[in-house]
Design a protein around this ligand. Sequence first.
Ligand code: SF4
Length: 441
Amino acid sequence: MKKVFIDTLGCQMNKSDTERMLGILSHFDYEETREEEDANLLIINTCSIRQLSEDKAFSQIGTWGRWKKKGKDIKIGFCGCVAQQKANEVFKRAPYVDFVLGTHNLYKLPEIIKRVESGEKVCECAETNIANVDEKDEFGIVRVKSTNAWIPITEGCNNFCTYCIVPYTRGRERSHSPEIIIAEAKRALADGFKEITLLGQNVDSYGKDFKDRNYRLSNLLRDLNALDGNFRIRFVTSYPTDITDELIDTVVELDKVCEYFHIPMQSGNSEVLKKMNRRYDRETYAKIVAHVRDRVPDVTITSDFIAGFPSETEEQFEDTLSAIDEFELDYSNVAAYSPREKTVAARWVDKYIPDDVKEERFQRLNNKVKENCLKSNKKYLNRTMEVLIESFYEHKGEMINTGKTRNNKTVHIACDKNMVGQFVNVKIASVKTWYLKGELV
Ligand code: SF4
């Protein structure tokens, strides 16, 4: 067997693509190694969401290039979102790269490997938008060992938010067929996974592109919920205005579907939201969140926000801080605005916010998220909650099991017994900013 090392940057979608690449490569005599020095094939799976991640990708492969220059017999692949965007340009910046493979062409990996092994340099980055997105699944998946299996249900996005590169790197939205998703879920459950997370840039629009059937996310949740076994189901990410009453009712009704919604708001100011090309204003978002909270008991709602979007004023930024408080958002991912080539907002150079202001807003946003996360955690003090144990390790001489509640709160339990993969009931004894501390009951 030859050895492949894949370095994955960015989001869960990229991690899922890496699992698929490992699945494909396992049919061509490659097994995974976590030691890059041992690998015959080195691949970087890149992320283009921020300039920083793009720069990191090029600096990372510089080391591999130096090994190659010194005569080490290795092949180097540059894959993922930056590859999709830069295509042949990658060879100019990193001439030692053997192949560049974009997100649309993952299923061509077998053919690429053959060509690269015979000494060719290959670039496969055409925008295919193939109707059959299931094609890349035919080789199976080599999953990272954990309790949770990520299963992509849609690829790409049609929303074209003005700051976002995703529609350019991952193309228009396409849904995987329910048969493929259900088969994948069955395989993951048979392999011992205890949680299925359905993945997509906008999971709520799942199935909109099916021409021959009316089958949406709530149908898929029902079919997965009917599978045998004790397991949980989650789904991320939700676009605010695509969350339907039917979906909310399905979450309430189905016992395996967890009480957790990730609903990115991005800004708390309606003017900024309009410039971002988000299809809702502050009031609409408020109504959606209130409705979800009203219908789903104990729900956790998390969000994403951007600090320093072009032309954002101090007052507009403060609307974001107040939104986190007002909507009692349990946790939010935050990022400073990073202009991305091809996107509309990147052209508004004269409206860019100076870096020091952006950084200061980013810090204040982080502090607000911390404050609210602690406030949200305090709600669970003295409550008994079901936890799925995900990891077991030693910390300062104490053995700790960590896991997640149904509503996605992290819980630490001091206990000598390794309980990874088990569902346990835990009483919350104290709370920290980022996690709850529990005792087995
Ligand atoms: S919804 Fe907007 S932010 Fe999310 S992936 Fe699509 S374009 Fe990007």
